[in-house]
Design a protein around this ligand. Sequence first.
Ligand code: ADP
Ligand code: MG
Ligand code: MG
Length: 283
Amino acid sequence: LGGQKKYAALQMIGRGSFGYVVLARDNTTGEAVAVKVIRRGDVTKYVEGEITNHSQLRHPHVIQFREVFLTPEDVCIVMEYATGGTLFAYLQRAGRLHEPVARWFFQQLVVGVDYVHRRGVVNRDIKLENTLLQVVPQLPLPLVKICDFGYSKADFGSAAKSKVGTLTYMAPEVLVNRDADATYDGKMADVWSCGVMLFVMVAGCFPFGSFNDRDGSVAPPTEVLRVLERMLRVDYALPPGVALSPECADLLRRMLVPDPSRRIRIGEILQHPWFLCNLPPHA
Ligand code: ADP
Ligand code: MG
Ligand code: MG
């Protein structure tokens, strides 16, 4: 990779907003790694944050950061390789998930996000495409690994200002006044995004519709406004034929709360009855 000998690029595994990700071999150990390659010319202030924040994290549900190196053209972030692809692709194959399966993934996501917050970092881009899966032979389902700290921010009680993230998963307080100077609590914004994730897993569609927003600016303001109004009215519905357990429906109601001060906190989610109740296997 980039003329250095330590890593040999094997194949392209992902394309994102700021570059691409390749599967590579660490020639010193033979291990597979993922390398996120960002053109130096495209490096924004966020790349610095991505590296400083991600490199501090060490947790079973966060993709392990390994090192960063520079080539004349690129900044390369070396990390643990997740063999199971993204939760996005998994859900595309499955359509929607039975609650026991959704609970398996969602519990790990919440444990990971809670850890990240405890380390004083907010991710601000929690979504299916940034939730990777690690296949473990002994386990019936893959493990969740949070990736992409490209929009993350060090958060020691300080309010966030930049309205970053992906529109479809963006909390209403982030979406509202997107061009203004208003601040918001990054942790509570992450909780909202987790709520959108849970909804998509069990419903197979997005609660308030989705945007085509790869560069964050495609959606016309009128469309954003329409979706924002639905969020503020808590106007989401399950598609015909989908029924949820009362516990799952209740957890969603507590997460997709427009007022962030009344939204369930990340540390409270795992105490919710949905994690304790017996679910029929095909719920
Ligand atoms: P961007 O900030 O451009 O969105 P990401 O870090 O999300 O970049 O990576 C883009 C895509 O590359 C991911 O959605 C995923 O498909 C793939 N990818 C990223 N990191 C890994 C990894 N460690 N293991 C496997 N696939 C990965
Ligand atoms: Mg990403
Ligand atoms: Mg990113």
